[in-house]
Design a protein around this ligand. Sequence first.
Ligand code: T5A
Length: 214
Amino acid sequence: MAGVFITFEGPEGCGKSTQVARLAERLRDEGYDVVTTREPGGTPAGEAIRGILQHDTAGEDICAETETLLFEASRAQLVRHVIRPAIERGAIVLCDRFADSTTAYQGYGRGFDVEALLQLHAFALGETEPKLTLLLDIDVEEGFRRLQSRNAETQTGLDRMERESRAFHQRVHDGYLAMADRWPGRFSVVDGNRAPEAVHADIWNLVLKAIRER
Ligand code: T5A
C-alpha cells in the first residue's frame, strides 16, 4: 500500500514541531512505519542550507531571491532522497513545513508573486504533493509569546526570520488562511491557540481519516 504524505504548516510558534513529535509517537505505538522530517533540512545538503538561511553564517545579508531558491533547493533534495522513497515503501511521512511555507513567507510575507512561486514549487517537487496539510492557526502575538518563553529557557535569540516585523508575520498568517481557502481539499485548519492535548486530538482524527482514505 502506498504511503501517506502529510505536512504541517503555520506561523511562528504555532506548535507544529510539538505536534509532529506527538503524532509520530502515537502512530508508531499503533504499528505504523513513520518518517518525520523538516524544512529547511532533512538531508545533509538541506541541513547545510538551513544553517545559511537561519543564521547568516558568513555574516552576509541573504537577498530574498537567494533565500527563495535555497528553500526550493533544500526541498528538491528532500523530496528525492527522503520523501518519495518513504512514500513508495508505504510509510506515513510527516514533514514540518513544506512548499506552502515558501508561498506564505516569500510570497505573502516578502511580496513575491504567488503564481510564480507555484511554478518554482512544481519544478522542485515534480508530482510529489501532500495528501493532507495541517495548518495550525495561531494569533501572531501568541506565537511570539511562546517563542520568547522557549528562547528564554534555551537561552537562544530570535533567528533571521523571527526578527522580521509583526506586520510581515501578520501577512504570513493571513496568507496561510488564503491558501486554506484556495485548496480546501488538501488543507485542514486546526486551532493552535489551545492546549497541546486538544490540538493533538483534532490532528489525530484528521490523520486517521487520511490514512483510511489512501
Ligand atoms: N521558512 C521555512 C520560510 O521562510 N520559507 C520556507 O520555505 C520554509 C520551509 C524555519 C523558518 O524558515 C521559514 C519559516 C521559519 O521562520 P524553524 O526553526 O524550523 O525555522 O522554525 P519553525 O518552523 O517556525 O518551528 P519552531 O520549532 O520554531 O516552532 P513551532 O514548530 O511552531 O512550535 P513548537 O512546537 O516548537 O513550539 C514552540 C514553543 O511553544 C510551546 C513549545 O513547548 C515550545 O516552547 N508550545 C505550546 N505552548 C502552549 N500551547 C501549545 N499548544 C503549545 N505547543 C507548543
